[in-house]
Design a protein around this ligand. Structure first.
Ligand code: G3H
Ligand code: ZN
Length: 280
């Protein structure tokens, strides 16, 4: 069934586990991640970014399909709006029934980021939904990898108090859209942030981080782990291989099916990796 984000995120934090959050760009991604969540018996966050919504010419078509996939799941699923700076889109997502929204004002001047984030938090809470915000910009969205940004714990605590957000994305050494898993996370900083803040922490750009480092980050206090690029790589790699081997294929379901299957297997592996981090 469909759930708001805050309860499973708080539960994961209380148990020191990671909560997997995977990006949905096409319907088949949502189907993959539902299969993975059911196989692992764990909740999963299906997130649609503002960019993915633009790709489809609007949020509703992909969102309604994703919400329906989530409702039919045998495990708890959250549908979340990822990296939005368009307040109209945030309002639309809440109206459609999303369990949380990320308002990304990390590129705005500090004061404006705080006041807009607080405004989004008030609105989301009226809908019973959660809000994720970002403080300290995690780079890479523009294709330039700069993992040097860091979120200051005292500043973050003030930001959470000023805005009322339920989860906080922090800059601790990752960068978006890396195709090699070579980022080095700052585990000491993650531990200080987790000790200072009561809200669950979110890692963006997790595709650039190796398995062992992701588990160490979760043990240090990271909760929601966002993975997009890596799962795209797995899906596309399988489809490329399949099409090279099967030049006569024309039915799109033949290769979509292959991408969906390998996407589900890798998503399930990650869900278990994040869940088992406290004991690994
Ligand atoms: O918000 C989405 C994530 O931060 C995904 O980043 O594509 O580097 O895994 P990634
Ligand atoms: Zn992100």
């Amino acid at each position: 069934p469909l759930m708001p984000l805050t309860p499973p995120a708080l539960r994961a934090r209380a148990h020191g586990r990671g909560l997997a959050a995977f990006n949905v760009v096409h319907l088949e991604n949502a189907e993959s991640f539902r299969l993975a969540a059911e196989a692992a018996g764990e909740p999963v966050v299906l997130q649609i970014s503002q960019n993915a919504s633009r790709f489809h010419g609007g949020l509703a078509p992909l969102a309604l399909a994703t919400l329906e996939v989530a409702r039919r799941a045998e495990v708890e699923m959250v549908v979340h709006l990822d990296h939005a700076d368009d307040l109209d889109l945030v309002a639309e997502a809440l109206e459609l029934g999303f369990g949380s929204v990320m308002y990304d004002g990390s590129m705005l001047p500090d004061e404006e980021n705080r006041s807009r984030t607080a405004q989004v938090a008030r609105l989301a809470h009226e809908y019973g939904a959660g809000v994720e915000a970002e403080l300290g910009e995690v780079g890479g969205k523009d294709g330039v990898h700069d993992p040097s940004a860091r979120t200051d714990p005292a500043d973050a605590a003030q930001f959470v108090a000023d805005t009322g957000v339920d989860l906080l994305a922090v800059a601790v050494g990752s960068s978006h859209a890396m195709t090699e898993r070579s980022a080095a996370l700052d585990h000491d900083l993650i531990a200080r942030l987790a000790a200072t803040l009561e809200v669950p922490l979110v890692l963006h750009g997790s595709s650039g981080v190796a398995d062992a480092d992701l588990q160490a980050a979760i043990r240090a206090g990271m909760t929601k782990v966002n993975v997009s690029t890596h799962l795209n790589q797995v899906f596309t790699g399988e489809v490329r291989h399949f099409l090279e081997e099967n030049l006569d294929v024309v039915d799109t379901r033949r290769w979509m099916h292959r991408g969906r299957e390998v996407g589900a297997a890798e998503a399930e592996r990650l869900i278990r990796l994040f869940r088992d981090a406290p004991h690994s």
